[in-house]
Write a new protein. Sequence first.
Length: 191
Amino acid sequence: MRPRGQEVVLFCSLVAVDKPEPVIALALAIRKAAATEYPQSDAYGGVGRPTGDLADWKDSYREASQALSMAARLREQKPLYFGDLSVYRLLFQIEGNPELEAFCREALGPLLHYEGGGDLLETLEAYCERLGNLSQTAEKLFIHRNSLLYRMERISQIAGLDMTNPDTRLAVHLALKVRKMLNLPTKRRER
């Protein structure tokens, strides 16, 4: 273990496994201890893929850094494992490209600037996570199914999105991931 700037880097021995659950559990314990000792500071964790060769440690460290960066951006309390980053791994490769933000703004359109658009984007995110299942989406959002249908209709009216089209659903889901990664602001309804 070694402090490095604002980070603590930890390399640990591990029996060969596909997913390093013991290391993720250790990172979570460290994060919890840091949060208890330093409650005013945010603490996040990132875990790289296991490697059996010393020469591959730098790749594992790079992966852990990417996972850590994503955990901080998403404000994820559980340490993120590089192998679970999914599409974010691809998005990291084009992060500095202005097309990424342009794609997000094009796909989500007026919802980013609409008063209350943050709530509608949260609805879209839950809808995508639940693979378009309306009952599961309503349950996730703690709303009645009819309220969800109303929100989906508002989304369609405001942004012109046809969520029955598979290409549109894919583009919207990807744009929501880009929005999270880039931390793009949206308007929330005044409460």
